[in-house]
Design a binder for this molecule. Structure first.
Ligand code: ADP
Length: 431
């Protein structure tokens, strides 16, 4: 402010000086005009110096000046200098980030808010085939054209990663993960999981092969044991008892092998070939009969049909999943319990099959882990009732293959409700 008032005073003095000189010469107004013109010329010269400095030599020292202009030049110079330091620091940080991304073995691709390619590391060139000069500014879906990637990209729900083969090498398996950041920009990461995938494949094949190989010896064993069982009366009592137990355990092993084989098939096959619209009522009716047979008519099993739509899916797989739920309801509830199988429409066009019982229920701490293989709330009880520990894992896999999800509601002492929710696309209304 001090400089500013000094500048005003300077103009006032020059005006007074101009008037005084003009008055002495007999032309006061001309003198005033002369004084002001002098001011104007001075300021115009400084302005030109500023303009030339900023446009022609912005990195040089500022032009020499006094008073307000000198201060203005100094401040601008200092501001420019600090801006340059910040810029350099940012550039160095960016270079370091790019360098570290470059060193990563995973692909990193930065997209702008429209989904156009901005930057990527050399792993992305190697895995996804992105070409530096040619592809910059292109939309990502022009380069990664797999429809599954496009719908994953557009869905904007990036909670789960997406696994696909590499667009340039069919033998490589990549796992994509997208992250939203900044102003709706996206970061696409792709990881090569070929080795992991192969190991997983080997594990599945191994379990499937072992289960398959165990089938024949077990059939032979149980065949002979059945024959010996028929002759139990002819054997000493201790041997007879042993044969009874062997029969029981062989049956358990057979159940286990069958469940393992079914799980392997559900994991290995892509499925979908035998999907067709099914009438749910008759399927629930036949499951009800099987459940009653298992319970020796000691439970009461009822069916409620609150939906007339048909369900698109594989009859064999769905029957196996719902049977597992119904048989669990029989096995984990005391005689006399009430079991309900229900097919119901839901508000948003989806529909669900529920299996509800009024048994002892499950403590909520166990619920998140129920679908894990071999997870049992009470191991002794599960084994005693002939459980393999794989029932709910099978249910989960079948539902996954039908785009459905499993909801479990239960409290100790208040029964258990298992709800399979099918999306609208799986529900066909004939009317
Ligand atoms: P399992 O072969 O042991 O029955 P599952 O995967 O079918 O294996 O079930 C996992 C566990 O969930 C069971 O061990 C049992 O403790 C519990 N469970 C399943 N259904 C019910 C039910 N209707 N009521 C109470 N507990 C249940």
């Amino acid at each position: 402010m001090r400089l500013w008032s000094r500048e005003i005073w300077r103009i006032v003095w020059l005006a007074i000086l101009g008037i005084s000189l003009g008055w002495l010469l007999g032309y006061p107004w001309l003198g005033l005009a002369g004084g002001l013109l002098f001011c104007l010329v001075y300021h115009l010269r400084q302005l030109r110096a500023l303009y030339q400095w900023l446009t022609l030599h912005p990195h040089d020292e500022p032009p020499a000046a006094k008073g307000m202009w000198g201060e203005l030049f100094d401040r601008l110079y200092r501001y420019q200098k600090s801006q340059r330091i910040t810029q350099n620091r940012l550039r160095a940080t960016l270079a370091r980030i790019q360098e570290s991304s470059e060193a990563m073995r995973d692909s990193v691709v930065m997209l702008d808010r429209h989904g156009d390619l901005e930057w990527w590391n050399s792993a992305a060139t190697d895995m996804l085939g992105l070409q530096t000069a040619h592809d910059r500014g292109q939309h990502i879906t022009n380069l990664l054209r797999d429809p599954r990637f496009i719908s994953y990209f557009n869905a904007r729900e990036y909670g789960e990663p997406l696994t696909l083969t590499s667009p340039i090498d069919e033998r490589r398996i990549l796992q994509y993960q997208i992250t939203l950041y900044g102003d709706d920009e996206r970061l696409v990461m792709a990881r090569d999981i070929t080795r992991l995938h192969r190991l997983e494949q080997m594990r599945r094949d191994f379990v499937a092969n072992v289960s398959h190989e165990l089938r024949t010896p077990l059939t032979v064993l149980s065949g002979y044991l059945e024959t010996y069982g028929d002759l139990k009366e002819l054997l000493p009592p201790r041997l007879g008892k042993g044969i009874g137990q062997m029969e029981e355990q062989t049956k358990r092993m057979q159940n286990l092998v069958n469940d393992l084989l079914l799980l392997s098939r559900l994991e290995i096959d892509r499925g979908g070939e035998d999907h067709q619209p099914l009438a749910v009522g008759p399927m629930l009716e036949s499951i009800r009969r099987d459940a009653l047979a298992l319970s020796h008519q000691q439970h009461s099993v009822q069916i409620i049909l609150d939906c007339e739509a048909r369900l698109v899916g594989s009859e064999q797989e769905l029957r196996s999943a719902i049977s597992n739920l119904a048989f669990n309801a029989v096995r984990y509830t005391p005689a006399g319990s009430q079991i309900t199988l229900r097919w119901a429409a839901m508000p948003n066009g989806s529909a669900c099959i529920e299996v509800d019982d009024d048994g002892e229920g499950i403590d909520p701490v166990h619920i998140p882990r129920l679908t894990e293989r071999f997870y049992r709330v009470d191991k002794g009880r599960s084994t005693a009732t002939g459980g393999t520990g794989l029932g709910l894992a099978i249910v989960k896999h079948v539902l996954l293959r039908h785009d459905a999800l499993l909801q479990v509601e239960s409290l100790p002492g208040e029964g258990a409700l298992f709800r399979c929710v099918f999306p609208p696309a799986r529900v066909v209304n004939d009317a």
